[in-house]
Design a protein around this ligand. Structure first.
Ligand SMILES: Cc1ncc(C[n+]2csc(CCOP(=O)(O)OP(=O)(O)O)c2C)c(N)n1
Ligand code: SF4
Length: 294
């Protein structure tokens, strides 16, 4: 595809090296042009649609922070009534998905609307200044889980949204990363061509909120997978399949030490105890999803 025919155009206002911006480009390669995008308020909406400009080459509709899945439900019902076949795709941040929008998502999935819901997971509320969400990883420093004398950052584990939506009976649930573009595109193609409500959660590093240079986005995305802190998998009718295997998993330190949100684990002195807890999360993931390639 040449630059002109990209469905998500360059020239938007994201930070250089923004993981969600790359995710948007890849997602639309997977959906194709016969698509209506429903967005919630968040970074992606703000950087891609400053009136009167838009980066979206497909029909795109704003919804409130909390109700993208309800708006998508209405669009899907109307299209069905009209005998039309556009893919209806929500693209929303983790705050919108894990926290404030979960009620509407649950309703849409329970009613069985033919929609694909994609969460770009940058692991905090970035648009409003890096507040923690239910997707923020353990020990990450955010403005509402500040690391300091009394705390080592976010104390809650990441909410398991794929399992929650699989439990709603979704036929297709997947995790992906913008650092593995072909895998992401293939999963989006599969989701939009699977009837009923489907969910994809895309790991999308945020250089500004996580504190790394924008040239390192792909590297950080890959390190998350290579350490086992992020697992790419598919769930078909609730059963985990097609896990991306990792040969010689890297220690989590390699992922943590290159991000300012974890800097407090290394300075003024290394916090071995907390790093060991994060290593245990990666080891648990590796065991639960059989990640290690022997
Ligand atoms: C009901 C409501 N509460 C709060 C806000 C303010 N708000 C706008 S975007 C946002 C954060 C979005 O976070 P997320 O969904 O993770 O997307 P990101 O900005 O990280 O891309 C918040 C809190 C709002 N628009 N509406
Ligand atoms: S703050 Fe993060 S998510 Fe928002 S535009 Fe910048 S890099 Fe992208």
């Amino acid at each position: 595809m040449d630059r002109e025919s990209e469905l998500f155009q360059c020239g938007h206002r994201a930070c250089g090296g923004c993981g969600p911006a790359l995710a948007a480009k890849l997602i639309l390669k997977g959906t194709g042009p016969n698509t209506i995008v429903v967005a919630s308020t968040g970074c992606m909406e703000v950087f891609s649609t400053p009136y009167p400009e838009t980066a979206w080459g497909v029909p795109w509709i704003h919804s409130l922070f909390e109700n993208a899945a309800a708006v998508a439900s209405g669009i899907e019902s109307s299209l069905k009534k009209q005998g039309r076949d556009e893919h209806v795709v929500c693209i929303c941040g983790d705050g919108a998905t894990f926290d404030i929008g979960v009620l509407c998502i649950s309703g849409a999935f329970e009613r069985g609307h033919d929609i694909t819901y994609i969460c770009y997971d940058n692991e905090a509320y970035m648009n409003t200044g890096i507040q923690r969400s239910g997707a923020t990883p353990y020990d990450a420093n955010t403005t509402t889980s500040p690391a300091g004398k009394c705390s080592t950052g976010n104390k809650r584990p990441k909410k398991d949204m794929p399992a929650i939506l699989a439990a709603h009976g979704a036929s297709y649930v997947a995790t992906a990363s913008m650092a593995y573009p072909n895998d992401l595109i293939r999963k989006v193609q599969r989701a939009v061509n699977t009837p009923g409500p489907n969910y994809i959660q895309v790991h999308a590093p945020c250089c500004t909120g996580w504190g790394f240079d924008g040239s390192q986005t792909m590297k950080i995305g890959r390190l998350a997978v290579e350490t086992g802190l992020w697992v790419n998998f598919e769930m078909i009718d609730g059963e985990v399949e097609h896990v991306r295997k990792v040969a010689n998993r890297k220690p989590v330190e390699e992922y943590l030490e290159v991000q300012k949100r974890f800097r407090h684990l290394f300075r003024p002195k290394k916090n071995e105890e907390e790093i060991a807890k994060i290593q245990a999360i990666a080891d648990h993931n590796a065991g639960a999803f059989a990640v290690d390639r022997n």
